[in-house]
Design a protein around this ligand. Structure first.
Ligand SMILES: NC(=O)c1ccc[n+]([C@@H]2O[C@H](COP(=O)([O-])OP(=O)(O)OC[C@H]3O[C@@H](n4cnc5c(N)ncnc54)[C@H](O)[C@@H]3O)[C@@H](O)[C@H]2O)c1
Length: 491
């Protein structure tokens, strides 16, 4: 370094010297930014006709896909929790009701939050966990040898950083939603899983809600005929919550979630809507998402929210108030996903299924409509005169749900109601993951689900920023989306 400056001083005229120093400074700042890892939409893409196509990195030589990945059964799953805010602390509490686990590490930026969770262990007569705190505590934590699974419930910026570190240290990972925010993060996680043969599960609890599980079971028994169109959403005004999210010091007036919405356009929280309907559609188990188009309203409320909480004018707010993404699959089916955390309206995840022989809808009105004449078989006699024109009666629905109750609910629902967590679905998700790990089974949601559900943010952004153009959805399995036929939970 010293030599460069000496030769600059001796041989180069003043103006050139200034330019070189400027370039050097830009390079240094860039290198520092890289080291800190700045989340942005920067994945390479190009136009193919009128469609945007993003790069699909080549699978490294010798690397295999990780579909149906299973690893040796674990007698006790030794868990490290990272991110102990509202969601992470709740998770620690829930795990006190799950057999075959030990909490061996607790980590949060804030030491007090770690201590509070240590107290949960103590209150439940569990041995104390190793404690880590500060920005880089998770890095030290990943050096701890007796960890099988790292459970990540941090803010969105740290999901990937913690998961990457854990996978590189040979630990399985489960990540809160959305587990990855950019295509770079999606592809890196896919490659890390394939290389290291470790699990990386998206913690999409909405796949375990009662209506969704029963409907999935009915669909798998053919009650709706061919499922041709589905809808899902995250419509939840966050006005009550913006200020409850973690703030990084006194100067951080917005908290991570409002700031993220200020800085990023696109559907930032697609997985509650997409996860359960992707399972209905057998995505990467016989079908795949092929092309999407996104459209958003402009941002109407964002700037005022920033002013309200920071006291400062907000020149630009990136996220539209309501974003809609339409996706066409390889088999010619359609998925519609919506996102709105801005305007006051009843909580809504839509969850709507249109089939060739029936229809199901969860929000805002729950119901099933099935054309029994065309379905025949199991339904004939029991539900005569159902035409599909209107929802079946409450009594008919009760009988149907009893007959087609999901085997997962049969197993877990009674206890889930006692433990709670979004009506029990959080507990079922956790209990299922631990069951699969303890029995050496493939997990319910794999890294390809994670990538497919989370890629909507950056792909949608590309569509929105380029006149709502069609964007190709990458095949994260790189050629293996038809190897498995039909979505099934491991048994
Ligand atoms: N599945 C669901 O239903 C659901 C519900 C709520 C939240 N979430 C997700 O859970 C995650 C957490 O949400 P939340 O509501 O608990 O937010 P929160 O703001 O309450 O908690 C985030 C935590 O991350 C910690 N953190 C920040 N930097 C860290 C670092 N370097 N190392 C360790 N910890 C760090 C913060 O100190 C804070 O305790 C988010 O991804 C959110 O989207 C999911």
């Amino acid at each position: 370094m010293k030599n460069i400056f000496v030769s600059l001083q001796k041989n180069i005229p003043m103006r050139k010297k200034a330019i070189l120093l400027l370039l050097f400074a830009v390079f240094a700042v860039e290198a520092m930014a890289q080291a800190q890892y700045y989340q942005r939409y920067d994945w390479p893409w190009k136009w193919k006709g009128k469609t945007i196509v993003t790069d699909t990195p080549k699978r490294a030589k010798g690397q295999q896909h990780a579909l149906q990945l299973h690893v040796a059964p674990m007698d006790t799953v030794r868990i490290a929790f990272v991110g102990l805010g509202m969601r992470g602390a709740d998770a620690v509490g829930r795990y006190m009701h799950i057999e075959g686990i030990r909490v061996v590490a607790l980590c949060d930026y804030e030491e007090a939050r770690v201590e509070a969770c240590q107290q949960i262990l103590k209150n439940n007569n569990r041995p104390p966990a190793q404690c880590y705190s500060g920005e880089d505590g998770y890095r030290q934590m990943c050096e701890q040898e007796d960890i099988d699974l790292v459970y990540v419930a941090t803010d969105w910026h740290h999901h990937f950083l913690v998961a990457q570190c854990a996978l590189l240290h040979g630990k399985h990972v489960a990540i809160e939603v959305p587990s990855a925010m950019t295509l770079h993060e999606c592809w890196t996680l896919v490659d890390l899983v394939e290389k290291n043969r470790l699990h990386c599960m998206i913690l999409e609890n909405c796949c375990y809600d009662q209506f969704e599980l029963n409907t999935l079971n009915m669909a798998q028994h053919g009650l709706f005929g061919e499922v041709i169109r589905v809808q899902g959403a995250y419509i939840h005004t966050l006005d009550e919550y913006w200020m409850a999210y973690w703030k990084n010091g006194a100067d951080d007036k917005l908290g991570w979630r409002l700031r993220y919405n200020k800085d990023f356009r696109g559907d930032l929280y697609p997985t509650h809507g997409l996860g359960p309907v992707a399972q209905l559609m057998d995505i990467h188990r016989g079908d795949r998402m092929q092309t999407l188009v996104a459209m958003d309203t402009r941002s109407f409320r964002g700037k005022d929210l920033v002013k309200q909480y920071s006291g400062e004018e907000c020149p630009a707010f990136s996220n539209g108030d309501h974003t809609t993404t339409l996706i066409r699959t390889a088999k010619g089916k359609v998925i519609e996903i919506q996102h709105n955390v801005m305007t006051p309206q009843p909580y809504n995840r839509l969850y709507q299924l249109t089939g060739t022989k029936g229809f199901a809808n969860k929000y805002p009105v729950e119901g099933y409509a099935i054309d029994t004449k065309s379905v025949g078989g199991a339904l004939t006699g029991k539900y005569d005169n159902l035409s599909g024109h209107s929802f079946m009666t409450a009594e008919q629905r009760k009988t149907l749900e009893q007959e087609y109750e999901s085997p997962i609910l049969k197993e877990y629902y009674e206890k889930a109601k006692q433990v709670g967590g979004h009506g029990g679905m959080d507990y079922i998700m956790d209990a299922r993951m631990i069951y699969c790990l303890r029995n050496g089974l493939a997990l319910d949601m794999d890294v390809y689900d994670l990538a497919e559900w989370c890629c909507l943010a950056e792909l949608g952004y590309l569509s929105l920023e380029h006149g709502f153009a069609p964007v190709e959805v990458p095949d994260f399995t790189r050629g293996h989306w038809q190897d498995i036929q039909g979505y099934r939970h491991s048994k």
